[in-house]
Write a protein that binds this ligand. Sequence first.
Ligand SMILES: *Cc1c(COP(=O)(O)O)cnc(C)c1O
Length: 793
Amino acid sequence: MEQRIVRVLRHRVGKNERAAKPYDWYNAAVYALRDDVIDAWIASTTRTHEAKEKRVYYLSLEFLIGRLLRDAMSNLGITGEMAEALEKHGLDLAAIEELEPDAALGNGGLGRLAACFMESLASLDIPAYGYGIRYVNGMFRQRIDEGWQVELPETWLAHGNPWEFERPESAYPIGFGGEVVTEGETSTWLPNEVIEATAVDTPVVGWRGKRVNTLRLWTANALDPIRLDAFNAGDYFGAMENQLRADTLVRVLYPADSSPAGQELRLRQEFFFSSASIQDIVRRHAQYHGDVRTLPDRAAIQLNDTHPSVAVAELMRLLIDVHGLTFAEAWDVTKRTVSYTNHTLLPEALESWPQPLFERMLPRHMQLIYAINAVVLKEARAAGLSPEAIASISLIDEHGERRVRMANLAFAGSHSVNGVAALHTELMKETVFSDLHALYPERINNKTNGVTPRRWLQQCNPRLTGLIREAIGDDFLDDAEKLEALNSHADDAAFGERIDAVKRENKVDLAAHIDELMGIRLDPDALFDVQVKRIHEYKRQLLNLIETVALYDQIRSHPERDWVPRVKIFGGKAASSYHNAKLIIKLANDIARRVNTDPAVGDLLKVVFVPNYNVSLAERIIPAADLSEQISTAGMEASGTGNMKFALNGALTIGTLDGANIEILERVGADNMFIFGLTAEEVAAKRADGYDPRSVIEGSRELAQAVHSIASGVFSPDDPARFAGLMDGLMTSDWFMLAADFDAYAAAQRAVDRRWSDRAAWRSSAIRNIANVGWFSSDRTIAEYARDIWKVM
Ligand SMILES: *Cc1c(COP(=O)(O)O)cnc(C)c1O
């Protein structure tokens, strides 16, 4: 390995050892390792090809993959070899790993799920492609300026990217606009704008190098990047306009995943990557298997949320207009090939597009959607559904301005529609999809999310992994459910102390990182209480902050009590157009400024907002957490995956009966979690009854005092009215039921304090968390998709 590194340093990077900068060594390390990856990659592809295996295609607008070096080394089992090789040149592998930029091609849980799934697909030896967009700037980088979020472009490609392979031979024309010409039975779409999509491939290495799959991200180019006539006439900008329009498509990920996008660019992005991916899939099938009618035998296409829904119409167009199938044949092939995963029930997040925009941008697809709709509505009438049910099933929303409903299109065009946790799936049947479910009762099924234990245990927490191996052997490395063997050590005092020591070392590391980053000193013996995730009102960071203020008041009023020292750690990005979420970030920082400098509380309470939460930061924070905050309003978090990562690393959860928390509770047990608050049913009932938050707030002394102090500017003396509106929203509507859950939450926090003070009890609970969440491995999730939906296992 050492010789290889020196060789590639010279011949690829173009430097000798003396001239090489740390980043050159990083590149050399990746190139050296890459040879092994490529060999396994080619072997995997050849094997799939020769056996004519069915492939899985995972279409996702987001892949939050994070760094790849550690993942690839670990899965190939060469981390030690690499560390030794670098050490011979006086280099520390951990420091080299830090040089890799985070590939932040996603927003939050949905994108991270896609990344965990890609890793598990390779680990389970399932031939698969991930398809997405190669965003040049990805998700924005977050800076905190005077407590406010500032969005900066993420420049993850600034130094090039040694992991990717451009495939200029895999390029497809993507049309927009124009018209449809119909002659007899055949229709042809003549777009008035064409952009070329070119594949850029990244290898995804499975556990023990079993298989290497492909993440294929599309980049965009103009067919004529420069118009020389315009250029020569002095119109330099006009001459480049086409390339600029292409570049715009692959610049940034539109970061709002839960507010109406309403923007043409987003629809263009969705069609761009869906069309390129579908063309690639159909081309591969036609080339190797001939008849496109056998597509469902060789390909399973999974739509990750509705962003790629237009793929249903694009597949229909290719089958009918290019391959000559009848509409009925094409519809049958499409439904048997495609399946769809729903990720949210928030009505504002259910994508729909103004029909005139859709028609102008994709006239042929609009025709096909009307034709599909006719079939679906005919089936609905034949099933005897009511006019209201038929209207809600329609792919076209006729209320007010006509809109195309992407979730209905995805549902209609799929043989399987899955939710991502048991509660979420039941709510899908009862709420947004109740009428579609009545029409197609076999279609909805549940696939509870999971996370890859390689990244989220082995790689991010080597100390804990080592300790578990000593205790129960190596079986759990290949099957996370084998962690159950740890249950027999849950009450072993000596083992508990070692678990504690590992946690403390991880906390020391995190504290050092935070000190370096922000100049805040944290006490590693305090309870590290963590809420890191996108900032959204339904996730209720505000509930946590208000309770923090209440605790602060209590500590100041009763300094004589035996308080448990706490560090409150927050992190997460707010969508750039989401005003309240940004204000919540400011509030966290304003509270931190006041609390952290108040000598009356000293080390009893510290508040930290860590900027730019991303995968790499998650990998540092989660192993160091004692308490995991999963406190969404019940019924609103589809699953959550952060909850799984924390429990796997021995944090105890304080949480509501929402998403996968419920299933974690079933496995970990109520004695080892802090569950509080309204159920989803109770939330719905309260909303229906006319809930009055003001009276609830006035009825709770601690809550009233905290809300009033925030509203009156105690934490924002420079602008006393800054949070008045936010607090007024709580008083008057409180859609997310903070007030209703506050007392239960505060009581649960005091129960946390009591358990923490009983060290043996806390350690035992931590061990039982680790032992019983192996089921939340994405290997289990993917095995279920493979068996029930894709039929590849
Ligand atoms: C796991 C993960 C998420 C999802 O967290 P939730 O708590 O489930 O919302 C978001 N961002 C990053 C970087 C993650 O690793």
